[in-house]
Design a protein around this ligand. Sequence first.
Ligand code: KG4
Ligand code: ZN
Length: 336
Amino acid sequence: MRILGIETSCDDTGAAIYDSDQGLIVHRLASQIDLHNQYGGVVPELAARDHIRTLLPLVDSLINDPANRGNKLDAVAYTAGPGLAGALLVGASLGKSLARSWEIPAIGVHHMEGHLLAPMLEDNPPDFPFLALLVSGGHTLLVDVKSAGNYRVLGQSLDDAAGEAFDKTAKMLGLGYPGGPAIANAAVNGDSRRFVFPRPMTNRPGLDFSFSGLKTHTSTIARQHKLDQQTTADIALAFELAVVDTLKIKCFRALSQTRRKRLIVAGGVGANLRLRSTLHEMAGQIDTELFYPRPEFCTDNGAMIAYAGYFRLTLGRPISADHSFDVFPRWSLEDI
Ligand code: KG4
Ligand code: ZN
């Protein structure tokens, strides 16, 4: 079975072709970073317009790629939500139209299920059950995955998502967009002894997160100092360490509560090297296996959507089999 996947939920236009026998055939991504960088964050209307310009040629190039040419597609998967409404509509309308003209099913995919399944594209995919830490620009979720497609959200962010906190903090420090890689780069030269930031909501029970207080704390410290290169690096490092440590503490807690022995980490912040090494160390201490997608599949991409479409078909529960163009800008994983 061969599936075309389309991702347009935010500021990346992604497309990929996944084959259930041969694995990932071809994938491509057109980033909008340069477009949004000048505004310090994603401008939804510009994102949607750029998807319109970029998506069809991108899909065309995949279909005609020598790795795929001559093969029939069996389904088209597209991100149906959550995400920016206008951006989602571009992928949904092209995905549905192509599926209709080729007379194959169109499958609306949940973006966070895409992230959650991204480690399945790697050589050593995890078996069910596992615990998933999903850390993206829009979501911070701890999910207990008992079996295929069976999700229980154990904890989530009550305000800013982890990636959003990185983005807003980077903007405050004048480090540019997207903030995650910018903070991580600046933090490399930071001195960890200079500032120690709070680990929000770790001194009380529970698995929810809150990162907006940390952002405010960062802003207060930034205002009290002259933001020269060294001070910016020191603040970036203190912020990164606080987010990473908070995520580690909550993962440890969730693993202890659920007694799961496998942890998967996905979503854009999952590309953060400090997070990866910190969780690696923690997992090693408690005999837990750790799984990640490769860094380019932590951030948004078409490959995870193609795989999630295949996964939904194998479950026999594809979403949105009709020809309407419904998208779901707000959509819980538990409601799939
Ligand atoms: O999953 P993703 O590509 O898009 C959403 O679904 O939101 O995640 C994007 C987020 C952004 O907030 C970005 O700053 C963050 O992931 N990010 C990182 C890193 N790379 C991307 N955060 C920390 N460290 C990174 N290396
Ligand atoms: Zn995402």
